[in-house]
Ligand binder design. Sequence first.
Ligand code: FAD
Length: 635
Amino acid sequence: TLPTKIGTTNGSFVDRMLHGNKTMVLFYGSQTGTAEDFAQRLAKQAKRYGIAAMVVDPEETEMEDLQRLVTIENHLAVFTVATYGEGDPTDNAQEFYEWLRQDANDLNGLHYAVFGLGNKTYEYYNAVGKYVDRRLSELGAVRVAELGMGDDDGNIEDDFIAWSAVFWKNVCQKYRLVRDTDESTMRQYKLIKDIFPQETIFTGEVGRLKCYEKQKSPFHLRNPFLAPILANKELFKPDSLRSCLHLELDLTNSRLSYETGDHVAIFPTNDSYLVNHIGELLGVDLDEVISLVDFDEDAQKKNPFPCPCSYRTALTHYLDITSVPNTQILKDIAQYATDESERALLTLMGSYSEDGRIKYKDWALDGCRSIVVILEDLPSLKPPLEYLCEVLPRLQARYYSISSSSKIYPTSVHLTAVVVQYLTPTQRIAKGVATNQFRRMYLKEYDPKPIFYDNNNNDETSFCYRLPIYIRKSTFRLPFKFQTPIIMIGPGTGLAPFRGFIQERHFQKIQGKPVGETILYYGCRKRDEDFLYEDELKYYESEKTLELHVAFSRDQEHKVYVTHLLRLDGEKLWKLIINNNANLYVCGDAKHMSRDVQMIIVDIAQLFGGLTSEGAMAFVKDLIVKGRYSQDVWS
Ligand code: FAD
């Protein structure tokens, strides 16, 4: 678990609000940065109504102080909270969530609003947002706007914009406010160009300065371990046009440990080609060192990312330059387009109008236009680079299901990552940040070199790349009893955690433990193209550890998926679940596969268990609640 209150020096948020004459505070529960971004945007929008607002990470403050917030006249607390995994709060909101559950809390008279971020493909859609909203009300707080819910499976940007319009309307009515300025021209950070001493300049660290040079445990989210890559291999067959990599990361001397089923988080770096291209498009010397410092001296975070650093470092390590910028960013940068039609296009997309939303979806989202593409396609748009650095979101860590067993590999984690590359509607090849970094490392084409080389092994012939990582605990676990049968459903890279599960079951078996059935439903396109870990799986099958079922979707005329195989085996699966207390595990695509699998289990319960449709659904829900049906899915 994460150490709490890391680097807390900020003290009470209420004191800071009083000091800075602030009335509005925004708390975020963020795992991938979107909830934090929404909080920042609301704080920025507050300026146009003359409200001074402050954004606060609940992990870095005393949330008990909410009880004191009511002493500030016209106060307002806003919560933008994401739901993560199986209806859980994000890591940084965990402690606040626990605190909120306590009955002794009295939040009488606290004015609040909640916007939840979730994904409809998951079982517990927006569970945390709903809980926070309900619980605050139960504790006596007064809702200023109805709960807003964003669906990441649809268009969360749209959901947020629609909700924020209603939210501001309510706030204006309640506090009798009128809009008086346009926030898009306001800067949050002061640009400092100076001659900074070399030893004070960040070079890509996400935590403490020089933490990659002198690594010190404990390692976690804010102090990642620079793990040497022990192996990086292609898993797809040579003829395949796609790529899937198997990486092994060394944990020796890190004091990091994991359990089979956990996740590893990796801080990726952007492609140097894209970074250089931004420099060229804007005509900026990327090696210039700058610092961005919040004008608001009471702000919890003084800088948008570790400063001082060069523009190159900021664009390589700290900023998201490949996803589609949100509408607020487009609105903010519109002023820097000298061509009238280009400025009008950006302004329209940044407006909260219906036409603007349609244009944003069509041109930006569906067009897969990142900031780099936007700068290319709108040649008159030349925002100052320091302003782009202010408004672009932070580059986030990527999670991977660990594909090894901690019993067999206690000092390394394996991961199985399919390389993301696709052709966009504007005929550009878009590349996923992390997986293409792994790919460049696999091809030994990775740049920048220095800090990611093995410090002890710096010669060009035998170098070893490193990746900044930390381990995130999950609830995806093998059953406690060895005898319990397990049914694993994991097409594509959904196989990842099951490789660890199978290794561990085999280990237990050769130790003489009474291991129950270990059944895998795996799917890929073609046996000769993308059958992951074929030899290993065949080996476990021959050793009678594994019962393997593979669906090759494209090896015959009719497409066959794991879901077809599950249907065919319905009766057998039902018996295992009912008579032998088998546990079910699903891993991989959250969008379609996991939902389809759940529907099939419901069908099987009806067909072979004689349950009604409602009864079958309740049965599956009960399996989930009891931890007998676990999902490790992502979209
Ligand atoms: P990014 O730069 O993040 O780009 C990916 C984004 O590109 C997508 O989100 C989507 O918006 C867009 N995109 C992709 N394809 C298209 C398309 N055809 N058209 C339009 N847009 C598109 N991944 C694995 O490979 N193996 C795992 O074991 C694994 N485990 C995970 C476990 C968890 C808990 C989670 C949350 C995710 C896991 N993932 C896994 C996914 C992984 O975290 C990354 O999202 C994935 O590797 C892509 O990262 P990237 O940086 O390469 O791509």
